[in-house]
Design a protein around this ligand. Structure first.
Ligand code: MG
Length: 427
């Protein structure tokens, strides 16, 4: 055991695995009461679907959305119809204009929390009898509530990978101090967690993350210079929100996931590899010290990792399609191409550099992706914006949330400048 633990990471400042590998999970009562952040997004609506399927076991104590009141109302109505005896959840609406509109709605106003980030913090911190935080927020905005949930000692079903990319060491500190637990919702990390069931960290040789390769897996380099937004948003296997769909097309998503896996499982970057697996049937693999390799397979359905995390790593019945191995016939794997997908290389470099580099990488990427979705930036320009932002800012260490957010803001400003310069709108 001692010879293996010597391989555990030193660069991130801790040898402890954030994921409770080999440790006992929290024993939580029923009904398990959830806080669902990002309820109108893909993770949020699928969480609500699970609550309606398991009304005896799961309840929603509070939920949040940014501005999509139509979907919020629809989710609340479905909850009332299918779970009539559940107490009404508290509601956080982050966008101030949408919050003002919600205040005028008699069905929403009585349960409405403060606008902005304060309301999200209230959703995590104030309801009684909360056991599990489902963090389905997008981007570094997810870090603050993850830290709040950790301080409260909650189970955190984490879909917001940016929490760990931007604040991995901060999250680890709070989780270990408060006895909280982080269970991954990202399908790759959930697959690894499923392979690690009953294992201890010293048994792990390395992790293998699979990547679908996105819509441009076979697109030649010169054609990649000209792809349009509609092609970027056409993901071959997973139905997800726009930000992660863009990240999947640039392979930035896989780079962020390697950083996430490094923090979550306490595994050095040299022992995490990425293989492209276009079918997305194998969700990831663990290589053990005796040469054994375990994989987790299934049809692509995010409710599987969601339910596995929320339940504390139980497989509850779910009507996902059955994986038919005979129909599948064979599994195909190939190496990722760092030349055509420079975002993957940039993310791995930033992860290894540590400190502020992943924060800057992530912020620049968020700004670049937003500009692509706004049609003010082209797909092929995304890695240039990220690389220029990384090289224009001095690196530093991250000691606090405020420190992380300062680097985040600085990088957003720089990335916006580079994008404005590219589109001829500078000055
Ligand atoms: Mg994933």
């Amino acid at each position: 055991m001692s010879s293996r633990t010597e391989h555990l990471p030193s660069r991130s400042g801790s040898a402890a695995s954030l994921y409770p590998c080999g440790r006992e999970l929290l024993r939580l009562p029923r009904p398990l009461r959830l806080v669902v952040l990002g309820v109108t997004g893909s993770i949020g609506t699928q969480t609500m679907d699970l609550v309606r399927r398991y009304p005896e076991q799961l309840q929603v104590a509070a939920l949040s959305c940014r501005s999509n009141l139509a979907v919020l109302r629809r989710e609340l109505e479905s909850l009332r119809n299918d779970c009539p005896d559940h107490p009404e959840p508290w509601i956080a609406v982050a966008d101030p204009v949408a919050h003002a509109e919600a205040m005028r709605d008699d069905a929403l106003a009585p349960r409405l929390l403060s606008p902005g980030e304060d309301g999200i913090a209230e959703a995590v911190e104030s309801p009684n009898d909360v056991h599990c935080l489902v963090n389905g927020l997008v981007g570094s905005a997810g870090l603050r509530p993850t830290l709040a949930g950790a301080r409260r000692g909650l189970r955190i079903a984490l879909a917001n990978k940016e929490s760990l990319v931007v604040g991995g060491d901060l999250v680890r500190r709070e989780v270990l101090a408060a006895g909280a637990e982080i269970l991954p919702v990202d399908s790759e990390h959930s697959a690894i967690a499923q392979c690690l069931s009953g294992r201890t960290p010293d048994e792990i040789e390395g992790l293998i993350l699979t990547a679908s390769g996105g819509p441009f897996r076979t697109t030649p380099a010169d054609e990649l210079q000209r792809v349009e937004l509609e092609q970027v948003l056409n993901h071959p296997t997973w139905k997800m929100g726009p930000k992660i769909t863009v990240d999947s097309a640039t392979l930035m998503n896989k780079g962020l996931e390697v950083i996430e896996a490094h923090h979550l499982f306490g595994i050095d970057y040299d022992r995490i590899s990425v293989v492209v697996h276009p079918g997305s049937h194998v969700h990831s693999l663990v290589r053990f010290v005796d040469g054994a390799v375990l994989a987790q397979l299934g049809t692509p359905d995010m409710r599987v990792p969601l339910l596995y995390a929320i339940t504390g790593e139980k497989h509850w019945p779910l009507d996902t399609g059955k994986l038919d191995l005979l129909e599948l016939g064979s599994l195909h794997f190939e190496a990722p191409d760092p030349e055509r997908f420079p975002c993957l290389r940039l993310a791995l470099e930033a992860g290894r550099a540590g400190g502020s580099a992943p924060v800057v990488l992530n912020a620049a990427n968020e700004v670049a992706v937003a500009a692509l979705l706004d049609r003010t930036l082209r797909y092929a320009e995304i890695p240039h914006i990220i690389e220029d932002t990384l090289s224009s800012l001095p690196s530093g260490t991250i000691e606090s949330l405020a420190g992380a957010l300062a680097f985040d803001q600085q990088a957003r400003g720089k990335a916006a400048e580079f994008i404005a310069a590219l589109s001829g709108r500078a000055g």
